[in-house]
Design a binder for this molecule. Structure first.
Ligand code: ADP
Ligand code: MG
Length: 253
């Protein structure tokens, strides 16, 4: 997508669970090559919003457009094939498998190039190319030297990077991250932020859902703040940080 154009456009997204309004007519967009932060206190509706965008949950009302096409109602698998990649709030790796196998299998599960089909047909050339791409994605996130380690032996910060490498296989247009900094040590957060900046400079558009306001401040281009299901504030990070409604939401007022 051209720089500055809208990649992801969420229009009055609403989601109710019984009588609870988890997402209350929230709108925002992600532009090509930017990092948009979506923040808010626990229970604000961030993960629900994330699941609406990624096709995991159906909208109660509203629309989601991706790369100029209306996508609400499409399956998460179809969205993955169309160039939308995501990670999960809780790490979902195959801990007994190697780091590189986790990336190769991820590409297959998203219907990218048929890792399993390659194996079943014993097509060594295709399999080699899948592993070459997996290695390239590991290099991209700084895990190139750890390809043959067991995924479960990695520190949490490295596991998050591995999840991102897996999401990057197939070169997505947009990357959706749900609280990637949660539980990370300070150094791990710095490494993650550096990676996200690198990806942005490579043209990947990123929707970053985060609870940790300090982590997003120096990183995102624009911010959307949610509280109790609604979008309370949006704009540039510095303006958002000093907004009384945001301070109130975060202090639990
Ligand atoms: P956040 O990610 O910002 O912490 P969530 O999107 O997880 O917030 O939750 C928003 C609200 O919706 C919370 O009140 C939560 O309890 C509720 N909620 C989330 N998922 C469900 C669900 N599947 N069924 C019922 N309520 C839910
Ligand atoms: Mg959440």
């Amino acid at each position: 997508a051209a720089a500055g154009s809208t990649v992801l456009d969420v229009r009055s997204a609403r989601k109710t669970f019984g009588g609870l309004v988890a997402v209350n007519d929230v709108s925002f967009s992600v532009n090509a090559g930017e990092i948009l932060g979506l923040i808010g206190p626990n229970g604000a509706g961030k993960s629900t919003m994330f699941n609406l965008v990624s096709g995991v949950l159906p909208l109660t009302s509203g629309e989601v457009h991706f790369a100029g096409e209306r996508i609400d109602g499409k399956t998460s698998r179809a969205l993955a094939r169309a160039g939308m990649a995501r990670t999960f709030q809780h790490v979902r790796l195959l801990p007994a498998m190697s780091v590189i196998e986790n990336v190769a299998i991820g590409a297959h599960l998203r219907g990218h190039r048929g890792w399993m089909a390659g194996v079943m047909r014993a097509n060594r050339i295709e399999e080699a190319s899948i592993f070459a791409e997996a290695q390239a994605q590991l290099d991209r996130v700084g895990l190139g030297a750890d390809a043959l380690r067991e995924a479960g032996s990695l520190a949490l910060g490295q596991q998050r990077l591995l999840e991102i490498a897996r999401a990057l296989a197939g070169d997505p247009v947009v990357l959706l991250l749900d609280e990637p900094a949660a539980g990370l040590r300070h150094q791990e957060k710095l490494a993650l932020a550096a990676l996200l900046r690198d990806l942005r400079s490579q043209g990947v558009s990123i929707l970053l859902v985060e609870h940790d306001m300090e982590f997003v401040m120096g990183l995102v281009d624009r911010l959307v703040v949610m509280d109790f299901g609604t979008r309370i504030v949006h704009g540039l990070p510095e303006a958002v940080r000093n907004n009384p409604a945001v301070i109130e939401a975060y202090l639990g007022g």
